[in-house]
Design a binder for this molecule. Sequence first.
Ligand SMILES: NC(=O)c1ccc[n+]([C@@H]2O[C@H](COP(=O)([O-])OP(=O)(O)OC[C@H]3O[C@@H](n4cnc5c(N)ncnc54)[C@H](OP(=O)(O)O)[C@@H]3O)[C@@H](O)[C@H]2O)c1
Length: 248
Amino acid sequence: MANDLKGKIFLVTGASSGLGRAIATLLGKAEANVIAIARGEEGLAVTQERVEQAGGRCLCIPFNLLKMDDYGKLFLALKDQVPHLDGIVHCAGFLTRCAPMQYVKPKKFQEMIDIHLTAPNLLTQMMFPLLKRSPAASVIFTSCDMATENQSNWHGYGLAKRALPYVAAMWQDEHPDKAMRFNTINPGRMRTPMFERAYPGLAPDTVPVAMEIAPAFIYMLSETANAYRGQHLQAAELLTQFQAETFK
Ligand SMILES: NC(=O)c1ccc[n+]([C@@H]2O[C@H](COP(=O)([O-])OP(=O)(O)OC[C@H]3O[C@@H](n4cnc5c(N)ncnc54)[C@H](OP(=O)(O)O)[C@@H]3O)[C@@H](O)[C@H]2O)c1
């Protein structure tokens, strides 16, 4: 586990479940401070318990990322509680039914764009003053296979995920002078509630659990991964790199 994360402050969205919870738990193990965001208070409470049992501290903020008008209030609440942010991991997401473009209702299409593209970008904008106060902040967007593969029926979800590597690269290019990193990671398929909804016909035990993938994100938050800037990365490759550096 990266030991340079001790005492650092990270905001994790989608922290009440799946990948977000796994990342928050590993940050707890690294003795970091986690700000956990999701809508579900019960799920957030479970995450808080795991982070604290692991050795970290966790502030839970129930927040609906689709309520774009409330981001200002979120920033004001946070700026009084934390001196800075050392990173954000954008994990929040949900899936409405996969469907051919021809049949997707505009509202469902828009929701997919909003939660997977507009929300992580807007949250980065709003938290930027806190990120700037960190000596070296790392922001991670979470993509998926459709970021590079033309798969059918993923409509707004696939489009939003495909745009994320460009979003990260743009943020990076626009801040060449700052010690900030903006990258995108494709976690690949994982055994989470989202996977079970997206692939009801596939046996969940054919894919790894989120806890096996989360170390790739932890690696990217640590200063060991300082050379990665504005890149789109595959979790599987990062895990190999992480293991190589941990055991060398
Ligand atoms: N699982 C896979 O196979 C897979 C593959 C590729 C990429 N991904 C990506 O990995 C990320 C994590 O997915 P996962 O599999 O861990 O999914 P998950 O277990 O379903 O978790 C999704 C999280 O997003 C939160 N969320 C959803 N809507 C929200 C909203 N409006 N406001 C705030 N939080 C919201 C949920 O919390 P609440 O419901 O409590 O709000 C939950 O914590 C997603 O970006 C997903 O696209 C997953």
